[in-house]
Design a protein around this ligand. Sequence first.
Ligand code: ZN
Length: 276
Amino acid sequence: MSQGATLLPKGEPLQLSWHGAVALLKPPGWDEAQLTAVFSTRLGGVSDGTYRAMNPSLSSGDDPLLVAENRRRLLLATGAADWPVAVVQQVHGAKVAVVSELSEVGWPLKSREQADAQVTNRTGVLLAIVVADCVPILLWAKSGQGVAVIHAGWRGSAAGVTEAAVQELCRLCSVRPDQIEAAIGPAIGPECYPVGAEVRQEILRNHAWALAETADGRVDLASLQAEILRREGLKPASIVTSRLCTSCQEHLLFSYRRDGQRSGRMAALIGLKKQE
Ligand SMILES: [Zn+2]
């Protein structure tokens, strides 16, 4: 507890949770008897260099054996060691994958399909995306027994991936948006994210209201996502937004902008537990 307090800046709403050396960020107040919902950090893995230490991604050149060990530790820490993990090939689009039965336990080597969000109403299945600067989002439809995970960088935001995921979760679980809880995980902060005018233009094309979120040649991705969720009908009180900047929090988080091509990734993981 005190370990976490020293690592997180004042006012950060996500809570640091230790499982041995593995540190996970969790949305406060989400019922762990019903689901597992976490954002991983750099801490608790075995990788080295820019991948140090908890890198669960094979996409940026890390040693596959170390990645496999990281994944094993991560799943153990989430309580989902014997669950199938649903992964997608992330392409910065707006496609949502609906996950039903998966036969293979563990983190598969190959993605099933191209998508940037996943939803499910099945228990005992872990939905995963990986990020390093883009926004990871977890959604929980408590009353409808459904969960979703979203990968939203500026391209996905512009394309409407978050709106698509909320709508798919509502359809799949027969809930309204105001029955959904959301946790927006660590992403690159506006102070570290200068962008060209074309990026702002692309975001404003479908989000003409997003003037403050894209002002002064910078994008505030987390605020943009929080406002998108509100406009989709989620209650403001049901949206938790991390203030952690991936680039500034070097001891805790990976950042593509900071570390370049060979940066590690954080995972956002969510799944419903089987009720006895
Ligand atoms: Zn920063």
